[in-house]
Design a protein around this ligand. Structure first.
Ligand code: GUN
Length: 288
């Protein structure tokens, strides 16, 4: 018997439907959630991601602004734009698409964003809130993974979660989220040897290394839940994950496809974070 597919696209569509009525009720209360996206340069992948984010906002009724800069823009100009958006009441969520050109410090840019508008969850204040299990914003991909597991009623407490990849955007925040939900967490990375010794122990395996077909059937425990975060281009130009899907699906209990798994969940969590940001800022403004 093969694994059940976790349909991230369907789960995300249902979440967007629910958001539409939530946004309607916000509008009746006199406010519209707003997201601003800053894009520097013309990296084709970044342009495509950003367009997707703006399209998603339009679909559910979130107000959006796209601010585009030439690749030669100075760090100071980007920081000044962030200050303007931090002070703009129509904007509740603000993100700067990464990567940035070498002459602009990613850390300076991330830290210039108001933590209350940091819907990417990249600001050190929000990372610290996650570490200490306080309310904040959590990076969209790991938040989307948890949301997916909740949608299919997978218990997390007491499970052994093995994460392959230690990026600031996925691996590290995913480890903290699972730990906060009482899982036992192992984080593997490019220096972990042998990788399969650890991946075979996973009840839930999160592959987020950015390496095509890194995980094979021999690397997993029968019945494991396999979450594929990879977004790699194969030699033939196809979008493929970190998991050798065809063979792993025969042995896993659940598996996410690429595309149509984690990707749509990441996108929908940005919308959710923007709604949460708008609600918190609206509530705070009412108290002042
Ligand atoms: N580049 C790739 N993924 C992301 C993301 O989630 N947020 C931002 N700001 N840039 C990215």
């Amino acid at each position: 018997m093969g694994a059940q597919r976790i349909d991230g696209k369907l789960i995300a569509t249902k979440k967007r439907q629910a958001m539409k009525s939530q946004i309607e009720s916000m509008k009746q209360q006199g406010y519209v959630p707003g997201l601003a996206v800053i894009l520097v340069g013309e990296d084709p992948a970044s342009i495509s991601y950003v367009k997707g984010k703006i399209r998603d906002c339009k679909e559910v009724g979130i107000y959006s602004e796209l601010i585009q800069f030439d690749v030669t823009v100075s760090e100071k100009q980007v920081l000044e734009q962030i200050e303007i958006l931090n002070a703009n009441d129509k904007i509740h969520g603000l993100l700067v698409q990464l990567p940035l050109p070498d002459h602009i410090s990613e850390q300076k840019v991330i830290q210039a964003i108001s933590p209350e508008k940091d819907v990417d969850g990249f600001h050190p204040i929000n990372v610290g809130r996650l570490v200490t299990k306080q309310e904040g914003f959590v990076s969209c991909t790991p938040a989307g993974i948890i949301e997916m597991l909740k949608a299919i009623d997978v218990p997390i407490s007491g499970k052994h979660v093995v994460i392959v990849g230690r990026s600031n955007i996925v691996g590290k925040p995913a480890a903290l989220l699972f730990l906060n939900l009482d899982a036992t967490v192992t984080v593997c990375h490019s220096k972990t040897k042998p990788l399969s010794k650890y991946t075979k122990q996973a009840d839930i395996l999160v592959a987020a290394a950015g390496s095509e077909a890194l995980i094979h059937a021999n690397d997993i425990k029968p019945g494991a839940i396999v979450i594929d975060v990879g977004m790699n281009r194969s030699a033939s130009g196809r979008l493929v994950g970190d998991v050798a899907f065809e063979e792993v699906k025969e042995k896993a209990g659940y598996i996410t496809p690429v595309p149509g798994g984690v990707g749509p969940m990441t996108r929908v969590m940005l919308l959710e974070n923007t709604l949460i940001a708008a609600m918190r800022q609206h509530e705070k403004a009412g108290k002042q």
